[in-house]
Ligand binder design. Structure first.
Ligand code: ADP
Ligand code: MG
Length: 700
């Protein structure tokens, strides 16, 4: 009988309905294929046996041969535990079970030789092994032993219900017996030979039952490559299809507005990075395809001017443009900034936010529909159904992390043809991550700050040094500078945070009394109007100190503010710290960032603080952040599907990722439809992926 890999797991020898149910629920294993793709977490040397008197370390994984000489049930707080005394010729240890006692006791024989395997626990001068793997020595000897025994992912439920690693290994063996271990190749002959990759069947066998460490390495390499290759293939293909299918509005003229602005009203010389990025955008806008571009640039790198000049291109071609920001404050700031920049151009710009008055709204709607309005700036309000453009040619989204993909696609519905889309973010995403998550977008990077910026000096101070910090603040204020003092705000403990903030505010108010000093305070529990009022006082320079929670995180621009104090800095993530620091260093003066922490810091916090002190480079910080938190946390759950890697690791396997992307691109450039016979396996695999929406559902 030929076995399909889509066969439900229930049919496999050694599984049966109740185990099948557990495997489905606990590990998501439904079919033979899913089981094959359950890759081991790690490998252990099972050719080595310990004597009981050799046991040393707590929590070590050991394998011992011996006999159970007695069972005992011991009552404890809740229920009871089963304890077996296990003996070899050098001593005794205890095997302990907290659950499943009944069947364990029935299944295990007294005074018979077993091999037990598990993690040691040292307590009160005695070693024990909780929930060990047990196997009759006679059976154990019949099985193949490898110095690299696969250890599979497991869950508490699985081990409680007796599906130990030994059982998993046994089931896996049955799977190989039944399928004869032969699986269709999923990469092309050329790739295999060019990259010296081992075949699919060999890789799958060796990932589960490695013959030696060399083959294990080759198996891992091949499967990691395959995983990353197909993600890249999918992303690049999506981009190609997008470009060929979705026509954009070609902006072929470089017209009056752009030229006038460029020649007469540019307030500064563009940096080389800004020029390069503008060229990239112009090339996109001039092509027949719809632009879908991500613009990454650190805080203060000058993305706004790029946005404006791109919008002018749209206007010059007879289209409207819009710019969206995630908060009201930011939208207002963009509106004011752009109005100022465009004051000598003959174009109309309006602002639309949640707090726009109805009458104003109506006017804006009208002007948008009849085409009188050229540029609309706003918050999410821009996405409301009532907002309709006459001909939206370009949509720019600032700080895209806060706009979901869905919202992005809402913009599309506003037109017969989708507008060009430029997404700008100040949160640098490490290259590798960007490649995997946004591989279907085109990416531009502004990696250069405008000239004349003084690097922000960052220091770390313990709370015990507060007096010195206060003196420093006083000196800076005397020089005419303004200061931010930021407190953490973490949702779950909002009340406590609020109290911290208020306590902090009161103590600051004592140290900096009126009328010599003026202090603003802004936090989440204030009404928007009050917030705005306080912000404005600080912006106008009427207050010296702004005490705030992280509401000021994004985009606020006060060039005279040159000191950023971050309280409990250990409670902030790296990207947040970097964003906050970016609020200073915007003027001509030397700026400072002081990270205040308690004395006790975790390793992780130490790394974060040290990273902040040692570099101002957002991309470098993002790389550290990725290492510390992993891709899932950084990107949020939204895109985690694609990051749900089985075997590759975006951080550690960076090199393989680059190779995979390179080869995927090569193949698609030469053969975009994958019709070349050598690509048949790739095409088939790609189809399977699309069908099952999962990159690992494609072994056949
Ligand atoms: P961000 O990328 O954070 O949005 P902005 O566009 O707000 O940065 O620019 C930050 C500041 O730098 C602004 O005051 C802007 O006028 C100024 N700026 C931008 N580009 C240049 C440049 N090429 N030369 C000098 N100053 C610039
Ligand atoms: Mg900005």
């Amino acid at each position: 009988m030929s076995t399909s890999l889509q066969t439900p797991i229930d049919y496999l020898k050694g599984v049966g309905p109740s185990r099948a149910d557990l495997l489905r629920k606990e590990l998501g294993i439904h079919t033979y294929q899913d089981l094959l793709n359950l890759f081991p977490n790690r490998y252990l040397d099972r050719t080595k046996y310990f004597k009981i008197n050799e046991l040393q370390a707590n929590n070590a994984e050991v394998q011992i041969i011996g006999k159970i000489i007695k069972f005992e049930e011991i009552a404890q707080k809740r229920g009871k535990r089963l304890v077996a005394t296990f003996k070899d010729d050098t001593g005794v240890i205890e095997l302990v079970w907290f659950r499943g006692q009944k069947w364990i006791k029935d299944a295990l024989k007294l005074n018979t030789e077993y091999v037990v395997f598990g993690k040691t626990n040292y307590y009160n001068g005695k070693f024990s092994i909780p929930h060990p793997d047990t196997e009759l020595l006679s059976e154990h000897e019949q099985n193949l032993r490898s110095s690299m025994q696969a250890i599979y992912p497991s869950t508490e439920k699985l081990s409680n219900r007796g599906i130990t690693n030994r059982v998993m290994t046994k089931i896996m063996q049955n799977l190989f017996l039944e399928t004869k271990g032969r699986f269709a190749e999923s990469l092309s002959e050329n790739l295999l030979s060019d990259l010296k990759l081992i075949s699919k069947s060999e890789a799958i066998f060796n990932i589960h039952f490695p013959k030696d460490s060399d083959l294990l390495f080759k198996a891992q390499y091949r499967l990691k490559f395959e995983e990353l290759f197909y993600i890249q293939l999918q992303l690049i293909l999506k981009n190609l299809i997008h470009k060929s299918k979705i026509k954009g509005f070609p902006f072929d003229t470089v017209g009056e507005h752009f030229n006038t602005f460029f020649k007469h009203h540019l307030p500064f010389e563009l940096t080389n990075a800004q020029k390069r990025v503008l060229k990239e955008i112009r090339a996109d806008l001039g092509s027949n395809a719809q632009m879908n571009r991500l613009l990454q640039g650190d805080v203060g790198s000058g993305k706004t001017i790029v946005a404006l000049m791109s919008m002018l291109m749209a206007l010059d071609n007879g289209f409207q443009a819009c710019l969206m920001a995630p908060t009201e404050i930011l939208s207002v700031q963009h509106y004011n900034g752009l109005k100022e920049l465009c004051k000598n151009l003959n174009i109309s710009i309006q602002l639309l936010t949640g707090s726009s008055k109805t009458s104003k709204r109506r006017k804006i709607h009208e002007a948008l529909e009849n085409g009188e309005l050229d540029i609309l700036i706003g918050t999410h309000a821009v996405l409301e159904d009532k907002v309709e453009f006459k001909n939206l040619g370009l949509a720019i989204i600032d700080e895209q992390h806060r706009f979901g993909v869905e919202q992005r696609s809402k913009l599309w519905k506003k037109n017969t043809s989708p507008p060009h889309v430029l997404v700008m973010t100040a949160t640098p995403i490490p290259r590798t991550l960007a490649m995997s998550v946004y591989g279907d977008l085109d990416i531009s990077i502004i990696d250069e700050l405008p000239p004349g910026r003084k690097a922000i000096k960052t220091v770390h101070r313990y709370d015990t040094n507060r007096l010195k910090v206060l003196r420093f603040i006083r000196d800076e204020i005397k020089k005419g500078r303004q200061v931010y003092i930021v407190y953490p705000l973490i949702q779950e403990s909002a009340n406590m945070d609020y109290k911290d903030l208020m306590d902090g505010y009161e103590s600051i108010a004592r140290d900096f009394p009126m009328p010599d000093y003026q202090i603003s305070i802004v936090h989440g529990q204030m009404k928007p109007v009050d917030k705005e009022f306080e912000m404005q006082r600080f912006v106008k320079g009427e207050t010296n100190i702004m005490v705030a929670t992280t509401v000021i995180e994004v985009g606020v621009n006060v060039p005279n503010a040159s000191v950023m104090i971050i309280e409990s800095a250990e409670r902030f993530g790296l990207s947040q710290l970097h964003q906050l620091r970016g609020r200073v260093g915007r003027g001509a003066e030397q700026s400072f960032c002081i990270l205040m922490t308690s004395q006790k810091l975790s390793e992780n916090s130490k790394t974060r603080i040290q990273t902040m002190v040692s570099t101002n480079d957002g991309f470098e910080i993002a790389e550290v952040d990725l290492r510390l938190r992993g891709p899932g946390d950084i990107m949020g759950t939204q895109q985690s599907g694609i990051l749900n890697l089985r075997i590759a690791d975006i951080v550690k396997d960076n090199d393989i990722l680059q190779h995979a992307r390179y080869h995927a691109k090569q193949i698609l450039t030469k053969d975009p439809r994958l019709t070349n016979p050598d690509h048949a396996a790739i095409l088939e695999t790609y189809r399977q992926m699309a069908k099952y929406k999962n990159i690992w559902n494609y072994i056949s």
